[in-house]
Write a protein that binds this ligand. Structure first.
Ligand SMILES: [Zn+2]
Length: 395
């Protein structure tokens, strides 16, 4: 019954991942709870710190600024990396004419935040000018090798600009950003699909057992049929009904809850949209790189960082963000991760193959950890190839 044991383990993982509900409480109850949290030692308080910020928000909504400040300051003492609340505090300090302190908080957010709205807000508080918006897509004159970055699906402008600067310094060719109006199709996979894909891959080693072959035969399925999400779903239910009938109802309910969560876009859809948008303007010797904030995948991969079949590349920074990885915000890290992810695809478009030096940013990454462990600079071989290709004049 090894097969059933694996299936059982996979399902327990699914079932224990149930989200906890939050109840709305009136302000007085919340405040009493927040007061209790504020009496806790710092380490314990940190775990319950959310309530301090919730009370802050509600008090501010009621116009009770002085009282809100008390909770806000305690909240930031326990968890100073809540950059959105550092902005709230910066505004309070500004109102109190504590200019230097207000600027210090705004500067902190401006330097570290990975979030476009927070950065814009901080910039306004600092009284700095907004950078110009990106030019729209055009046909580039001449035949100079060029890298053209295209923000896709709400890719953040600050990040696009930083990646542009870094690539420019690294590759010594023009790196431009152009806006492109394209209709991107809806996502094809969500948390339910990802979970089914994970389950299917977990079952691969035991699919040839008699037990599993019988389950397949019952449904007149081949192993390949399970690549279809709905077939995998039916198969799972069939196995469960035969092995853990009592769990069927709760598993079905859990899978319903996963619908629409964590959307993932198929790279084919995005690359097709990119091709459609770029083709009217396409010129030779330009590498077209769409950068997206959305999570991407293809085939039975759980996710991808990039894809470059031909005619263009899609690079996703979704899994590079601090929020996704439960890390502290760090602009520098996000920029470097994204730049490293762009170097492989840009090279492919200029005819440079995948690199076999494991520490080169153009080597294939299996995980974010591998991606992070690579050098930032290109290996000698890749650097030489880039120099040669980019220096060639087009004949
Ligand atoms: Zn290399």
């Amino acid at each position: 019954m090894k097969a059933v044991a694996i299936l059982g383990t996979a399902l327990i993982v699914v079932l224990t991942a149930t989200a906890d509900d939050e109840k709305a409480s009136p302000l007085d109850e919340l405040r009493a709870e927040a007061d209790r949290v504020m009496r806790m030692p710092n380490v314990t308080m940190r775990r319950h710190v959310d309530i301090l910020f919730t009370v802050t928000d509600q008090l501010l909504a009621e116009g009770l600024t002085a009282e809100a400040e008390r909770y806000l300051v305690r909240g930031l003492e326990a968890d100073p990396w809540r950059l959105n609340y550092q902005l709230v505090y910066a505004e309070m300090l500004q109102d109190q004419k504590a200019e230097a302190q207000a600027r210090e908080r705004a500067e902190l957010v401006y330097t570290y935040s990975e979030d476009e709205d927070q950065i814009d807000h901080a910039r306004t508080l600092l009284g700095r000018e907004s950078p110009p918006t990106f030019a729209v897509m055009e046909r580039l004159p001449g035949d100079q090798p060029t890298v053209l970055l295209i923000p896709f699906q709400g890719a953040e402008a600050w990040l696009m600009r930083r990646v542009q600067d870094e690539l420019l310094a690294m590759l010594d060719v023009p790196v431009l950003i152009r806006q492109l109006d394209v209709d991107v199709p809806p996502h094809r996979r969500d948390a339910r699909g990802s979970e089914l894909n994970r389950l299917r891959r977990d079952l691969v080693p035991i699919m040839q057992t008699d037990e599993m072959q019988q389950f397949l035969a019952d449904l007149k399925f081949s192993v390949d049929d399970l690549r279809e999400e709905e077939n995998m779903y039916r198969f799972m239910i069939h196995v469960l009904e035969s092995t853990y009938p009592d769990s069927v109802e709760s598993v079905l309910q859990r899978y319903e809850e996963l619908r629409g969560l964590n959307p993932q876009w198929h790279t084919d859809d995005l690359l097709e949209a990119l091709r459609g948008g770029v083709d009217p303007y396409r010129t030779d010797r330009v590498a077209y790189v769409a950068v997206t904030s959305a999570d991407i995948y293809a085939g039975d991969y759980h996710f991808l960082f990039s894809s470059t079949p031909a005619h263009g590349s899609i690079v996703s920074y979704h899994r590079f963000k601090a929020d996704f990885n439960r890390e502290l915000p760090n602009q520098e890290r996000l920029v470097r991760r994204t730049v490293k992810a762009c170097l492989g695809p840009i090279g492919f478009q200029f005819g440079i193959g995948r690199c076999s030096v494991p520490v080169c940013p153009r080597a294939y990454p299996n995980s974010l950890r591998e991606h992070d462990s690579r050098n930032y600079a290109l290996c000698t071989g890749c650097a030489t190839q880039f120099r040669e290709v980019l220096a060639q004049s087009a004949d």
